[in-house]
Design a protein. Structure first.
Length: 200
């Protein structure tokens, strides 16, 4: 469509875009696609990931191990933050997938310093454990709010309830504020207090 390539088109005309990271790169593309048809962004988050590392010279498996990281659906806010101005569009849906997957890596000396010069080669899906469709304000409120939150609440309190970082909690608040679910209601010292608007 236009200068953009779409991952998939459903029979009803809905554009499907599969994205695993770097949502900030999607803003112009999604803005353009929404002018023409409904769009659904599919965002897989790895609940479990098995890492397989191969030797580029010997062409053999060196080792495999489980990643210590286990994603949670609430972590989607880290990327949705970049689309905060778009997610309230009535023709945009976000489908979150909790997955089990394999990640293929190669010891070739060309990868990042943080991966000890091991390159990321490919990822393969093994299983979808859970799906969550976000298509209205109530869906976002159900995912990113909790009955354990005592209102008004701070970013730190939201982070504590979900066991996430303050930075991620800030992004949750940004997303919910753009959707008209939260509002800034007071300030206590240097700390902002937030509350929900209406019911969902």
């Amino acid at each position: 469509m236009g200068n953009f390539i779409v991952d998939c088109v459903l029979q009803d005309g809905t554009f499907i875009e599969i994205q695993t990271t770097h949502f900030y790169k999607l803003r112009s593309k999604i803005s353009f696609l929404l002018l023409h048809r409904p769009v659904r962004i599919v965002y897989p988050l790895p609940l479990e990931k098995e890492l397989l590392v191969f030797d580029v010279i010997k062409r053999c498996l060196l080792y495999k191990r489980k990643s210590p990281k286990h994603a949670k659906l609430v972590e989607a806010a880290g990327e949705l933050y970049w689309l905060a101005k778009l997610i309230k569009h009535p023709n945009l849906e976000i489908e979150l997938l909790l997955t089990r997957e394999e990640e293929i890596r190669c010891r070739d000396g060309r990868g990042s310093f943080w991966r000890r010069r091991i390159s990321l080669v490919d990822r393969s899906l093994k299983e979808v454990v859970e799906k969550r469709l976000l298509s209205c304000r109530a869906d976002y409120a159900a995912l990113f709010l909790s009955p354990r939150l005592v209102q008004p609440f701070t970013t730190k309190e939201l982070a504590s309830v979900f066991s996430i970082t303050s930075r991620l909690a800030f992004r949750v608040i940004k997303v919910l504020s753009e959707l008209g679910i939260l509002e800034l209601c007071a300030k206590k010292g240097r700390t902002f207090l937030y509350r929900t608007i209406g019911s969902f």
